[in-house]
Design a protein around this ligand. Structure first.
Ligand code: SAH
Length: 540
């Protein structure tokens, strides 16, 4: 396929001296070199759940074994806090457990549990992500946003860059470095917004984007500082809801490995035998009979409860796909025996879920991420307008890059725990274990178009295809040429650049180029203009 990256960005300039934005940052390249063989988060998930709430868990939840639980040694402070909460309320939905484990105020994975001097990323961390592997990843996303800005008429003001879940800030830094070559676009940017739950990562992002220890001020919205590139204001918020929406804004939004960290609910379809309930009282005609004469298929929710005291990996049957190097899991997943608030509502909320129940029937598994739908709807409203936030002319774009099925199938059984580059039980050492799940791209697309008539969705396509069409090979060749011209270690650095970029586009089973997908939300245009990377050419 012919690369459709703007010639001005790659092709033409490639033959002359590299443009400023593409001069390799050697420090950064070196820092990323060690990551070539570390682990990304998209391991395949193969764990199967327990299917019934064991009696011990119910007793614990009911407080009957409270004394024993008080003496129990929990693996982390968060585990103890969660167990106490479950003792009071009963087993909790998987989404509540996941939310606490990742972003609890005290001791969540992204909000403070990890010891000082270590973060989630890189060799010393738990996993590695594409922007941390190669600078080219962020550069090509920057190029994609420039191409969209050009295609949508080069709006001269009120452009916003928004990143949700920015990690160390590496992706935004690479995007900003790339955009610097387009002063007209830089001048049109009002502000950069970073949606980040982690105070420590917010600081890392500030140091990278604004300079080490740069000052910031706090307001009701969040923290404010100024980007060292282009002197653009940067605002950090906890959630995207804090970012104001206005009809004249042209938002460019990126979400890389963010949706997979949003909490999921999980369900299984069970066959419920016909019941013999009494019919409603003659005097109470308003209440319908609950009696069923046929077995019915119903969804039941997976809940989290403490594992029985004294559990071992053997007794909990930690699957062979998960390392047993952690302490035995403090918690376990169990299937609720009766409907829950979520099982009555969520699996009925889309025809896709209802079709799954009819097609697969008993035993069907289903994961639903309401927060992903909320974020997708928010992106769509910002780009295309909505009843609450009308927009005369849709503008902007969102790029969502993550892992999950690309064929429209609904994720099931995909929750993973990751520590120190290994798959571990998601229920071991809460707060110290990263949790993530496959993204339901089809669900994200549905939520976007449902939220705004002013948007259309392209993809998902494989990351490998996207990056190749965006010109990753040409860009890496150019960087390698620059590296080789250096006297010290240039050959090795060029070799590492090549290996890193090959990893991003690797289409072998489990390769990042195949497992990771890219989806775009754009202003509605009856599908007439395909964006660059998704089959479209550059409109200049
Ligand atoms: N995009 C980065 C980091 C991915 S890890 C990269 O690719 O390297 C997930 C990121 O999302 C982290 O920055 C984490 O702190 C943030 N995050 C996770 N859950 C969040 C939530 N509910 N709200 C805001 N940020 C969240």
């Amino acid at each position: 396929m012919r690369p459709v990256v703007p010639r001005v960005l790659l092709g033409v300039r490639r033959s002359v001296a590299p443009p400023k934005c593409f001069v390799p940052r050697h420090a950064l390249t070196t820092q990323r070199q060690g990551l070539l063989h570390s682990t990304c988060r998209a391991f395949s998930a193969t764990a199967r759940w327990r299917e019934k709430v064991p009696e011990s868990a119910t007793k614990i939840a009911a407080g009957e074994e409270g004394g024993e639980e008080d003496e129990r040694k929990w693996s982390t402070p968060l585990a103890k806090q969660l167990a106490r909460a479950i003792q009071a309320t009963g087993p909790v939905p998987l989404a509540s457990f996941m939310r606490m484990c990742l972003t609890a105020d005290i001791g969540g994975y992204y909000t403070g549990a990890i010891e000082d001097g270590r973060d989630q990323f890189g060799l010393k961390g738990d996993f590695v992500t594409s922007p941390e592997i190669s600078q080219v990843f962020g550069e090509l996303i920057g190029v994609w946003f420039v191409a969209e800005w050009l295609a949508q008429g080069r709006q001269g003001q009120a452009v916003e860059l928004i990143e949700v879940g920015p990690g160390r800030g590496t992706l935004m830094d690479d995007i900003m470095r790339t955009i610097q070559s387009f002063p007209a676009m830089v001048n049109s940017i009002d502000a950069i917004y970073m949606v980040e739950a982690s105070p420590k990562l917010r600081e890392a992002q500030r140091d990278l984007l604004c300079g080490d220890g740069a000052s910031w001020t706090e307001s009701k919205v969040g923290y404010h500082s100024v980007c060292k590139r282009g002197s653009i204001p940067i605002v950090w918020t906890d959630t995207i809801k804090s970012i104001p929406i206005a009809p004249n804004k042209m938002p460019f939004i990126v979400a890389h490995e963010f949706f997979d960290a949003l909490p999921i609910h999980a369900f299984q379809c069970v066959s419920v035998p016909a019941t013999q309930d009494d019919p409603p009282l003659e005097t109470d005609k308003s209440s319908p009979s609950t009696r069923t004469t046929q077995p019915t298929l119903q969804w039941r929710e997976f809940l989290v409860s403490p594992s029985p005291p004294g559990s071992t990996h053997e007794s909990l049957k930690t699957p062979p796909s998960q390392s047993r190097a952690t302490p035995p899991p403090d918690f376990q997943l169990t299937l609720a025996q009766a409907p829950t608030r979520h099982s009555l509502y969520l699996p009925e909320s889309s025809p896709r879920y209802r079709a799954l129940r009819s097609r697969v029937g008993e035993g069907a598994l289903l994961e639903i991420c309401p927060d992903a739908a909320l974020y997708a709807a928010d992106f769509a409203a910002r780009i295309g307008g909505s009843a609450q936030h009308p927009k005369e002319k849709p503008s902007g774009a969102a790029l969502i890059l993550d892992y999950g099925p690309g064929d429209g199938s609904i994720p099931a059984n995909s929750l993973r725990g990751i520590r120190l580059h290994e798959r571990v039980s998601p229920f071991a050492e809460p707060g110290l274990t990263d949790l993530s799940a496959d993204v339901d791209f089809e669900g994200v697309a549905e939520a976007a178009v449902r939220a705004s008539e002013g948007v259309e969705v392209h993809g998902p396509i494989d990351q490998g295809t996207f990056l190749e069409v965006m010109g990753i090979r040409q860009r890496v060749e150019m960087l390698m040429g620059v590296a080789k011209a250096r006297k010290d270690g240039g050959e090795e650095s060029a070799h590492n650049m090549k290996t890193a970029s090959e990893r991003l586009v690797d289409r072998e089973p489990g390769g990042m180029g195949k497992v990771y997908k890219v989806m775009a939300i754009l202003p509605e245009g009856e599908g007439k203009r395909k964006p660059v990377g998704f089959g479209g050419d550059v409109v200049n």
